[in-house]
Structures are given as C-alpha cells and as structure tokens.
Write a protein that binds this ligand. Sequence first.
Ligand code: ZN
Length: 137
Amino acid sequence: MEQLRAILRENHIQVTQQRLEVLRVLKELNTHLTVDNVRAALQERQICLTTATVYNILNLFEKKGLIMKLGTAGEPVIFDVNTHDHIHIYDRETRAVRDYDDYELIGLVKTYLSEHPVEGLDLERIDINFIGQDHGR
Ligand SMILES: [Zn+2]
C-alpha cells in the first residue's frame, strides 16, 4: 500500500482509501478496463463502491496522467493502465481491444507531426487505432 500511496502523491492526487483500492486493482489487472470491470474487481475483494465513485476516480487518474482513456467513440469508455506509447487493435465484431507495439510507426508519426504541426492544436497525445477483423489474439 505504501508504494501505491507514493504513486498517488507523485501524480499530485490526494490519498484516500478508495483511490488506493482502485489503484491497487488497476495495477493488479494491468489491462484495458471499463468502469464495470473495475467495480467488479473491487467487489471480488469485498470493496463496494458505486459506479459513479469508480468513474470519478478513474477520470481523476486520467486527468492526472496515471491512466489513459482509449480514443474510441462510443460506450463503454475504456481506460488503459499502460500509458506508454502503443497502438490499439480493435476487433470490429467483438469490440475486443489489444495492444500492438510498433515504435517505428509511432516514431514516424511523431517526427512527421513535429515537422508538420497541426495549426491551432497543442498536441498532447497521438492515438493510433487499427480496426478490423482481428484473428491475431
Ligand atoms: Zn493499451
């Protein structure tokens, strides 16, 4: 718990018991998660938080850069515990999502955008999605 406390403090998030419990679950599951996934995992550990509470905590973590929100339109919102640069592959039918690492491609896009900045945009993050029928999992 002490390590989790430190993570919250480093990210300028006030430490509360609920936030610690949510962070612990995120670190244990370490994948793409909806609010319901997180709530269910908490429940398995006998911790009952409302959907709204879990959603607020995840949004706070996202705002502070601790987790990412996946750049897909539609519901449910999916949060990603891994904030390193990576690509997402979506299966159009099942809506399953998995990570795909191609640092070269991400590097090319970053280099391109640094040379051709988008007018009026303070670029924060590049989100690359591949969508199709995914047979690769
Ligand atoms: Zn991911």
